[in-house]
Design a protein around this ligand. Structure first.
Ligand SMILES: Cc1cc2nc3c(=O)[nH]c(=O)nc-3n(C[C@H](O)[C@H](O)[C@H](O)COP(=O)(O)OP(=O)(O)OC[C@H]3O[C@@H](n4cnc5c(N)ncnc54)[C@H](O)[C@@H]3O)c2cc1C
Length: 238
């Protein structure tokens, strides 16, 4: 697939979501910025003299709505060059260079089987996009299990929105899972949670997104449960 050309986008809004995570809204040039839920964009950030050291990719957290504005959700890596730039230098009005949309981590239609969306931290971005798109387009699906792992309640992302969505979409099961705090919801690691919902080994598609450790462990768990590699789709953040 040919690489998309670089283009300009203006940051039009920034919101703090948790202590170390922010939502960024970007307005692309032109009338509409079209993409498929699950795709990402790549920034060319002014953080290094060598172009290949300046690129940082981010999944699109919003869903296609016909406008030229899209949302990203980004966690600060205190030792990271790109996120320090985005958190400390970028303000509403800043113009950034990016290309996209790119990527094949998208829903494979028709979505008849159960869908497991397994993520930690900002790995939730493509899944929020997919589920909101399914709601908006009234796409028929099997059960959708969104298993989102983080440490404490204070780290939950899009919690109110997804809790509300669960009430609106009977097939959507939102399973936020805390690894370091007891609460009314599931605790432990994401692997224990999705394993419980696919014990019967029903036909299912698994989408895994986030950092390599979680994805390697999930892939191993799912293969042990008897699912095949063709049932598993991954987006690795690093
Ligand atoms: C397809 C895709 C989608 C993604 N989507 C998202 C998203 O939606 N949200 C999100 O938050 N992230 C996302 N990421 C991750 C994102 O691209 C960045 O990797 C992340 O933001 C960290 O970037 P950074 O520039 O701050 O860190 P970097 O500067 O790249 O550093 C990363 C880490 O490496 C270490 N490091 C750097 N240089 C050295 C060195 N010389 N020696 C030793 N250690 C070093 C640093 O300590 C740091 O902890 C995505 C990644 C991919 C590939």
């Amino acid at each position: 697939m040919a690489l998309k050309p670089w283009q300009k986008g203006t940051v039009i809004r920034i919101e703090q979501e948790t202590a170390d995570t922010r939502r960024f809204w970007i307005q692309a040039e032109g009338n509409a910025f079209d993409f498929e839920p699950g795709q990402f964009i790549t920034f060319d950030l002014p953080i290094h003299e060598r172009p290949n050291k300046r690129m940082r990719s981010y999944s699109i957290a919003s869903w296609p709505d016909g406008t030229n504005v899209f949302e990203l959700i980004i966690v600060l890596d205190k030792a990271g060059l790109g996120t320090n730039y985005l958190f400390n230098e970028v303000i509403p009005g800043t113009e950034l260079t990016f290309r996209g949309p790119m990527g094949v981590f998208t829903l494979k239609m028709p979505v008849e089987k159960d869908l497991f969306l397994v993520c930690t931290g900002t790995g939730i971005a493509p899944f929020r996009s997919m589920v909101q798109h399914i709601r908006e387009k009234k796409i028929e699906t099997g059960n959708i299990y969104m298993v989102f792992g983080c440490r404490t309640k204070a780290d939950l992302l899009y919690y109110d929105e997804l809790t509300k969505l669960e009430k609106e979409m009977p097939q959507f099961h939102y399973l936020p899972t805390l690894s370091r705090e007891r609460w009314e919801g599931p605790t432990g690691y994401v692997h224990q949670v999705y394993s419980r919902y696919c014990e019967k080994k029903q036909p299912a598609q698994f989408y895994l997104c986030g950092w390599k450790g979680m994805i390697d462990e999930a892939r191993k768990t799912l293969l042990e449960l008897g699912y095949g590699t063709h049932d598993i789709h991954v987006e690795i953040y690093g």
